[in-house]
Write a protein that binds this ligand. Structure first.
Ligand SMILES: *Cc1c(COP(=O)(O)O)cnc(C)c1O
Length: 369
């Protein structure tokens, strides 16, 4: 792999292939795999990974917002795309770009039908979302009559799928609750199958659902974090490969005397002679202040260098006392010797937040393409 000469997020497409194949191996062969690529592909490189996932055979993509779906179309992706949380002001753009909306309330279902009718659509594919316990988005079980009447009342749309989302699929202590969600979803689907006279396909599992609830894969699963190499627990993390490595370089080295201070608000005070390195990334790049003052660190030439002082907007400083390194040397923030889950834990967060938080200022590089 190339040595970094500035701050870069390296995206390893071999690791993506490995993760895709691992998740596929958990599925019966007729179960579809929807790749969730919202938030720039969980902070990676959405166009790069979407093309790779298309090549690997992903059946569907999912994004959160309409503009993310439009960006995928503009990048040349022709696979069906589910927009999980479209806003009604974007419904025309959804149709213009052949995106498929998740419709989760009477209001959005009515609004979308109206737009589809105005656009002269027939059987436009939509996905109906049910709330089975997450209490975030979705029709309640008692609203199935509304769904039936609205779907039956218009030729402009047709339900391609019914889906729901699990609240705690990674948590074994919540197994009973998860099974209740799955049962509720099945009950809703069966009732609507009867009343509608056709069978939209069904999906409820995210990555941890795929792993922990093999009997709930239904017709399709939706995987995000697993594709990026995280399994939400240690044994699964070991089977997956994080696709992203955050690398930077040593910009400058300082020798501090005992008693000198470093950084804003003089938050670090040298209790002994201390060698420091300044690195070109900071909280504006997604390394937030939680990581500062010794809580997290980076690897330089295989050795751990703790972050000292406050994280600045564009820089961090690390303690390299006793580490053999020079200005221009490569630094690994996470990936390689430091698993992103461990790094995230030091900042009191989880893989999802760490990787989606790496800002767009950091250059993305695809490797093993
Ligand atoms: C983000 C999201 C997913 C993906 O979840 P992972 O835990 O990353 O696999 C699946 N479904 C919905 C509705 C989501 O919002």
């Amino acid at each position: 792999m190339p040595k970094a000469r500035e701050t870069v997020l390296e995206i390893d497409l071999n690791a993506l292939t490995h993760n895709y194949n691992y998740l596929r191996s958990k599925l019966d062969k007729d179960v579809k795999l929807m790749a969730v690529v919202k938030a720039f592909g969980y902070g990676s490189d959405v166009a790069g990974i979407a093309h790779k996932l298309t090549e690997l055979g992903a059946d569907y993509f999912a994004v959160a917002y309409t503009n993310e779906g439009v960006a995928l179309r503009e990048a040349g992706i022709e696979t069906p795309i589910l927009v999980l949380h479209p806003q009604s002001s974007n419904f025309k753009a959804i149709i213009d770009h052949c995106l498929e909306p998740s419709l989760y309330s009477e209001f959005v279902l009515r609004e979308f039908i109206q737009t589809a009718e105005k656009q002269g659509q027939k059987n436009y594919p939509v996905h109906i979302k049910f709330n089975t316990g997450l209490n975030r988005l979705g029709f309640a079980e008692k609203e199935t009559g509304i769904v039936r009447d609205l779907l039956k009342g218009s030729e402009a749309v047709k339900a391609t799928s019914f889906f729901s989302h699990l609240a705690a699929s990674e948590d074994w202590r919540e197994r009973e609750f998860t099974l209740m969600q799955i049962h509720t979803f099945r009950r809703i689907a069966i009732k609507l199958y009867d009343e509608l006279g056709y069978r939209p396909f069904l999906h409820i599992c995210n990555t941890s659902g795929i792993i922990n609830y093999p009997k709930a894969h239904f017709d399709m699963v939706r995987s995000g974090i697993g594709l990026y190499g995280f399994g939400n627990d240690k044994p699964e993390d070991e089977k997956l490969k994080p696709i992203a490595t955050l690398k930077t370089i040593v910009s400058q080295i300082h020798q501090m005397e005992k008693g000198e201070t470093l950084g804003y608000n003089r938050a670090f005070k040298a209790s002994k002679p201390t060698k420091t390195a300044t690195l070109p990334l900071g909280h504006a790049d997604g390394i937030n202040r939680q990581y500062g003052n010794g809580r997290a660190g980076v690897f330089i030439n295989g050795q751990y260098a703790p972050i000292i002082g406050n994280v600045c907007m564009d820089m961090i400083m690390v303690d390299i006392t006793g580490i053999d390194c020079a200005e221009g040397d490569e630094v690994i923030v996470f990936g390689g010797p430091q698993h992103a889950v461990e790094f995230a834990a030091k900042g009191n967060t989880i893989s999802y937040e760490l990787i989606t938080g790496i800002s767009q200022r950091v250059k993305r590089i695809l490797v093993n393409n």
